[in-house]
Every structure is written in C-alpha cells, then in structure tokens.
Design a protein around this ligand. Structure first.
Ligand code: FAD
Length: 188
C-alpha cells in the first residue's frame, strides 16, 4: 500500500512541499492529501492590497496554481477543510468541512504549513462588522464586499508596516479618507 503524506495548509509552503514530494515520488508510491480551510490555495497574499486598490486582478489572477491543476498532478487538495485536531498516537488528523462534516484521515508523514497568525490587538470592537484583516484571499473578498456597499467614507489602517502602507494607498484609491495608526515610525 502507498504511503500517505498529509499537508495542513494550502498556500505557499504547504503546496510547495506537496509539489516537491510529488516530483520525488509517484502516485503509486506516495498518496498526497492537502487540507486548506479557505476557499483558495497557492495564492499570492502579496497581491491583496493591489487587488483591493484596483491595480491587480482578483482571486483568479492571484492564484498561481488552481486546485484542479494540483489534482491533475496527483495532489488531492481539499479546500474548505480545516484540520481541527492532530492525533499523533494514532497518526491521524481530524478535519471539519465548511458545512460541518467531520472525518479522520490517517497519515504516515505530516507537514504543518499553517502560516503565521497576525497580531490583532485585544481592543473592544476588534470583531465588529467592518473590521478586516488582509491575510488570505477570503479576507480580501470581505474587504471588497465592504467597499462595494458604497457607504464607506473613512478607513483606519492599524499597523504602519509595508502591508499597512500598501493598504492605506489602496483605500485612498477608492477615494476614502484614510488614517494610518502605528506605534513606530514609518517604514524605511
Ligand atoms: C497582505 C500581504 C502582503 C504580503 N506581501 C509580501 C511581499 O510583498 N513579499 C513577500 O515576500 N511576502 C509578502 N507577504 C508574506 C507572504 O504572503 C507569506 O510569507 C507567505 O504567504 C507565507 O506562506 P505560508 O504558506 O507559510 O503561510 P500562509 O500564506 O499564511 O498559508 C497558510 C495557509 O494555511 C491555512 N490554514 C491555517 N490553519 C489551517 C488548518 N488548521 N487547517 C487547514 N488549513 C489551515 C490558511 O488558510 C492559509 O491558507 C505578504 C503577506 C500578506 C498577508
């Protein structure tokens, strides 16, 4: 029976690992299953501010390789599927699909490529409607939906690093008054 590699996280690191494993070992030797909780894989997060600012295309343009292309190369990529538990003793992961269905999947090898978690300051209102992060394409879609409502006049960008400045420029392109807040000086 073929060995099974499970990858958690379907963006740059996860799908690079999956693709490299596939290049080294064929489907009859290694089964590869990749779980991505979002609706997109192999996307360029770097392009999100430029998409929001209208200077780059949306999810299609920012996706380097589609789920279908990964599947055609023998990687069983499952979007909308979050890994919610790792059982190292029995070498299996518990997954939950967007609709709520749960399942266990066994593995011989496991790659965890879940990225970093952006700092969200623990201030009142951080989860309010209209407060967004910009880490994934799903986040980008949420921002464009809010902008599309047409009632937005003023935006506050919290964080003045490169991404914060890119977002401030993108929002100004929408004609908004933008306030950028940072505890440090501007990026050099
Ligand atoms: C707005 C923005 C602009 C950027 N600009 C640049 C730039 O100009 N130049 C540059 O070099 N880098 C830039 N970066 C950084 C770059 O995008 C990251 O370094 C890169 O995406 C990291 O890839 P990753 O695969 O390690 O993690 P991520 O891209 O964070 O991917 C992790 C994936 O794992 C998924 N995931 C997490 N937990 C689970 C789970 N339990 N189950 C299933 N899936 C899960 C997430 O949904 C996500 O898709 C930017 C990032 C952002 C957000």
């Amino acid at each position: 029976m073929a060995e099974r590699l499970v990858v958690i996280g379907g963006d740059a690191a996860g799908m690079s690992a999956a693709s490299q494993a596939r290049r080294r070992r064929g489907s009859d030797d290694l089964e590869i299953i990749a779980f991505e909780r979002g609706r997109y894989a192999s996307y360029s997060a770097c392009g999100i501010p430029y998409w929001i600012g209208g200077e780059a295309g949306g999810p299609d343009a920012l996706t380097a390789r589609t789920a279908g292309e990964h599947r055609a190369r023998g990687i069983d990529l499952r979007l909308g599927t979050e890994v919610v538990e790792i059982d190292l003793g029995r070498r299996r992961v518990r997954t939950r699909e967007t609709g709520g269905a749960e399942a266990w999947t066994g593995f011989d090898q496991l790659v965890i490529a879940t990225g970093a978690v952006p700092v969200r300051p623990p201030v009142p209102g951080i989860d309010a409607d209209g407060v967004h992060g910009v880490q994934t394409l799903d986040d980008g879609e949420a921002v464009t939906r809010t902008l599309g409502r047409g009632r937005v006049r003023h935006a506050v960008v919290v964080g003045g690093g490169y991404i914060g400045v890119e977002m401030a420029e993108a929002l100004m392109r929408h004609g908004l008054a933008v306030t950028a807040a940072t505890t440090r000086g501007p990026p050099r």
